[in-house]
Design a protein around this ligand. Sequence first.
Ligand code: PYC
Length: 312
Amino acid sequence: MQVIDSHTEGEPTRVIVSGGPDLGSGSLAERAKILATEHRDFYRSVVSEPYGQEAMVGVMLVEPVDSTCVAGVIYFDAAAVIGMCGHGTIGVAATLAHMGTIGIGTHKIETPVGVVEVTLSDANTVTVKNVASHRLQKDVTLDVDGIGTVSGDIAYGGNWFFIVDQSPVPVVPSNIRNLTDVAIKIRNVIEANNLTGTEGGIIDHVILYGPPLMQDGHSRNFVLCPDNAYDRSPCGTGSSARLACLAADKRLAPGEEIIQESTIGSRYRLSYQAATPDSIIPSITGQAFITKEARLILNPNDPLKHGINLHG
Ligand code: PYC
């Protein structure tokens, strides 16, 4: 299996350019479901240690249904197949450019949750125009053991997020372990209370916001992903969901640009356009760099061929 690795603002992406299971020719959502239900061992092994690395998001490149798209993509981490991935899409665009498949300019990519647009400004700089994003519920209060009452919004940006505007723990790198524990506790309460997005969408990402550490930053975030790793980048789908909340609260005007810092201090430029009265189209600009071209060898005799999994 041939893969190309990249990182987007510190967050790793692995694109499978050849090899991998046949997912058929249904819609991308149907193919994503087949990957999730029939090939769990496969996708785990691609991104988990010892073949992958912590926080890695994998991408299967597939034939798009929409022929105006340059590629179809299905994203996954070590725990789940996910609907969309902002940093992954920036990584895919840089990877397709590295492969010579796309050049400078605007291109469409099909995901299981809809078609997104990428604009490649140079070999590394990409703007993603994401799927329509919206807030479902404002000020949902949760009683979190050892923390107290936590209030947040439920919003969609290609994945479902619980967004806490004022983190109970300062969003600084020295608190990463603590932030992870707090975010996992919040997600456990969300699950225990059967809180979901529309049509039962699983709220599997939690974001905690704090003040920026840079002069031109708008805020800094900590993003917990389904595999319990934190996003090294400011999270494209999470930033989209947050833009929807800022728009709904009239805290940010259409076209106004802000800089979103991640926990490690990498940055995205963000803005949005209004789509409907209740939803927006987010734009996310960041940089991805190719780190590796490799051939993965999944030896059937290797007892760890499906990755190290300590969580069941
Ligand atoms: O950038 O959307 C994103 C993302 C989701 C999970 C990890 N990164």
